[in-house]
Design a protein around this ligand. Structure first.
Ligand code: AMP
Length: 296
């Protein structure tokens, strides 16, 4: 059954559903009224980055659906799944404020009634091999599985996802094209803290000392962009790996890739759009970020 949640001024309200059947019943009424549906899938522990996706959806569609589901099939490290932060009350307040109309919070059995093994066998080409694919085996199979399942459930007109997870966006875009899904995929810019650190649910797991160190990730990406006219991609990569190798921080990769193929590039001039992507361990916490170096 739906719960209607109101907030502060009592003017905004949001429906909350845990069951697919109830959600579908509600969304079919929205469809029949000729309204458009925007969808923002999340894993909760929401911050301004998520809010920006919801706001964009609320501006461009008549009904914004947000899901909070910590998808077990995309976690390759069990401790990461267990430690994934949960802030349900704060999430609800943020979503109401950002203009979310419907919140869907299913449990695992609701999303995967036939078990968690993926029935979706998609060839991602090379897109799932480098970077996150190399360091998080099976991660993108889980991501594609849950996004496909949630799209089947919500059936939105528009799907809003963040540039923050650039490779994830590329994988979902590939899936949407390959399966000819009738959804319009939209990329929203990365929202950052004032010191440049990309907002992430994982940031709250950083100690104060680690939090003070973490802006080095964005500084290093920005440095690569500042030097791209004077140095080859290989040299930029080596300098970045060195800059990120400081006590308390361990870079996993820093790659300069073609935004379409995710293949490392050797010459900027040969590519229309180039992005620098990195993953860094700050203590136990693994952070990812990226910066577009060149665009058409
Ligand atoms: P998550 O809850 O981390 O799975 O993220 C849900 C969605 O929010 C994904 O599409 C992310 O790319 C997006 N997102 C996460 N952090 C940010 C950010 N700092 N700025 C913009 N979008 C973000």
């Amino acid at each position: 059954m739906a719960r209607v949640i109101r907030f502060r001024n009592q003017l905004t309200a949001m429906y909350l559903f845990k069951k697919i059947a109830d959600l579908r019943h509600h969304l079919e009424r929205i469809n029949r009224a000729g309204k458009t549906i925007g969808f923002v899938p999340t894993m909760g522990a929401l911050h301004e980055g998520h809010a920006s996706l919801v706001r964009q959806s609320a501006e461009e569609t008549s009904c914004t659906v947000c899901s909070i589901f910590v998808n077990p099939t995309q976690f390759n490290e069990a401790t990461d799944l267990v430690k994934y932060p949960k802030t349900p009350e704060k999430d609800i307040a943020l979503l109401l404020d950002a203009g979310c109309s419907v919140l869907f919070i299913p449990d695992v059995a609701e999303v995967y009634p036939d078990g968690q093994r993926s029935a979706l066998h998609l060839d991602f080409g090379y897109l799932d091999q480098p970077m996150e694919g190399a360091y998080r085996p099976g991660h993108f199979v889980g991501v594609a599985q849950v996004v496909k399942r949630l799209l089947d459930i919500v059936q939105p007109d528009q799907l809003f996802m963040g540039q923050k997870d650039f490779q994830q966006f590329a994988i979902v875009q590939h899936m949407v094209t390959k399966l000819a899904l009738s959804v319009n995929l939209r990329m929203c810019p990365t929202v950052r803290e004032t010191d440049g650190l990309a907002m992430s649910s994982r940031n709250m797991r950083l100690t104060p000392a680690q939090r003070a160190l973490a802006p080095l990730i964005y500084q290093t990406l920005s440095q690569a962009k500042a030097n791209m006219h004077d140095q080859w991609p290989d040299a930029l990569k080596s300098a970045a790996m060195k800059a990120l190798s400081v006590p308390g921080m361990e870079p996993e990769y820093f790659e300069i890739v073609d935004s379409r193929t995710l293949q490392p590039i050797t010459i900027f001039e040969d590519h229309d759009m180039v992005v620098a992507c990195t993953a860094v361990r700050v203590g136990e916490v693994r952070l990812i970020d990226n910066l577009i170096l060149k665009t058409m």
